[in-house]
Design a protein around this ligand. Structure first.
Ligand SMILES: [Ca+2]
Ligand SMILES: [Ca+2]
Length: 441
């Protein structure tokens, strides 16, 4: 049994060997693309939680937060040691997702919409080295200030307050720095500013393709979107440029809070070797993507509001380097390579399988549909960046039984696959009027 990329690679390889089309990592059964399964999930969404009670304080988001003690992580990835950031942040234990207050900061990073967005208390604001950003308080009466302005300016950064509730920042050049930002008013709210590392993109021999490296590590080659078989990819080719800025996961950043219920270490999954899970990642680097991070947090809150009880989503597969994506048989244009995709499940009981969210006694695609419908609701409400939703169900112990692909690619796409007795059935769970494409990327 597996809930990580090893399981997916088997699933994808199995489907590929049967000659099926692959949509992202979603195999489609050509024989069954016309089959539409009418799944009504309203009843499931209305059901109460079936999972464990969670300990921990309800985060009111306006406390001073935790001490800045270093956390030694059991089972930290076996990365080569590197220089620790100036301060190694701890994270508070968040309450259930429904307890999270709304966002506090609006951040606009010049030329980097993938890093821009809104932030909750103690979130990490990821910034490009040497870049420029404007940070605005969304709470009236609160002022923004760096906790240690000397450290920021000493590293070559600049911070210009404007009216108290806006900070115009020039980011230090040196990657890996971590600085504390505070919002000061009736209470004090804190955030982290994290300086990312820039990847080097060089043109590949094939036209329109780019090779990406960070230091000596080659992440792989990004294909030319203009050459995709998918009309949607060709029409959105600007969204298929290689990511530029990366965060390194190590012992000091693994538990960095990206959102109240999402940690940096979750964004690259552990790999399997010979069918066994390891504590190794295929890479320590991932490109933070704020629209995805906000989408996953809002999804957590939506599920919690629907009665699902859990601490945080389980991410089976987050960022994949192109080298790794190719190794496990992912689509050549998979959003996992761009940092804005994650395969998720709710696994509060920790058995590597999706929990029984609809409480019908079995774990299958119907549980994934609970998650998918929550996502779809958020997209229809316009509260998250639209993207792909893929639903997967299995009837075998070889997999996590059910999971949902979510991404924030910027345009809507939908798919679904239900594996039964070794066969893959197309699961067209979305209303047909919402999405009619039959795409292969
Ligand atoms: Ca479970
Ligand atoms: Ca179920």
């Amino acid at each position: 049994m597996s809930n990580n990329d090893g399981g997916f690679s088997r699933a994808v390889a199995n489907s590929a060997s049967r000659g099926r089309k692959v949509l992202d990592i979603a195999p489609r059964d050509a024989e069954n693309t016309g089959m539409r399964l009418a799944i009504v999930m309203a009843a499931a969404l209305g059901l109460g939680g079936c999972l464990l009670e969670l300990p921990g304080p309800g985060a009111d988001g306006e406390s001073d937060g935790p001490d800045l003690a270093h956390i030694d992580l059991e089972g930290a990835p076996q990365d080569e040691p590197q220089e620790a950031p100036p301060t190694a942040p701890a994270v508070e234990s968040p309450g259930e997702p429904a307890d999270v207050p709304d966002q506090h900061l609006e951040v606009a990073v010049e030329g980097a919409p993938e890093l821009s967005g809104r932030f909750w208390a103690w979130d990490t604001v990821c910034l490009p080295p040497g870049g420029a950003a404007t940070i605005k308080s969304l709470r009236p009466g609160y002022e923004l200030a760096l906790a240690d302005p000397g450290a920021w300016t000493g590293a070559g950064g600049k911070a210009e307050p404007s009216g108290g509730d806006v900070l115009a920042l020039k980011v230090p050049q040196k990657p890996g720095g971590m600085y504390r930002l505070e919002m000061r008013g009736a209470k004090r709210v804190a955030f982290w500013l994290c300086v990312l590392t820039e990847a080097a993109a060089t043109r590949d021999r094939r036209p329109g393709t780019w090779r990406l490296k960070i230091g000596r590590e080659t992440l792989g080659t990004y294909a030319d979107p203009a050459a995709s078989a998918s009309r949607l990819v060709r029409e959105h080719k600007d969204l298929y440029a290689p990511p530029r800025h990366f965060l390194r996961i190590d012992g000091s950043t693994e538990r960095l809070q990206l959102a109240p219920h999402l940690l940096a270490g979750q964004m690259v999954s552990f790999i399997e070797v010979d069918g066994r899970k390891t504590k190794r990642r295929h890479t320590a680097w991932f490109p933070p993507n704020r629209p995805l991070i906000e989408k996953l947090e809002r999804l957590s809150r939506e599920l919690a509001a629907g009665g699902v009880r859990f601490k945080r989503l389980t991410i089976n597969s987050g960022f994949r380097s192109p080298v790794y994506n190719a190794r496990i048989g992912g689509s050549g244009y998979s959003r996992h390579m761009f940092g804005d995709a994650a395969d998720v499940m709710v696994d509060q009981d920790g058995n590597d399988r999706m929990d029984d969210l609809n409480r019908d006694g079995v774990c299958d695609h119907r549980d994934a549909l609970v998650v998918a419908q929550a996502l779809r609701k958020l997209e229809l409400a316009g509260s998250v960046r639209p993207g792909g939703i893929g639903v997967y169900g299995y009837d075998t112990a070889e997999s996590c039984a059910a999971f949902v692909h979510v991404d924030a690619r910027g345009f809507v796409t939908r798919w679904g696959s239900d594996y039964r007795r070794g066969r893959s059935l197309a699961l067209n769970w979305w209303p047909p009027e919402e999405f009619k494409e039959d795409e292969s990327d």
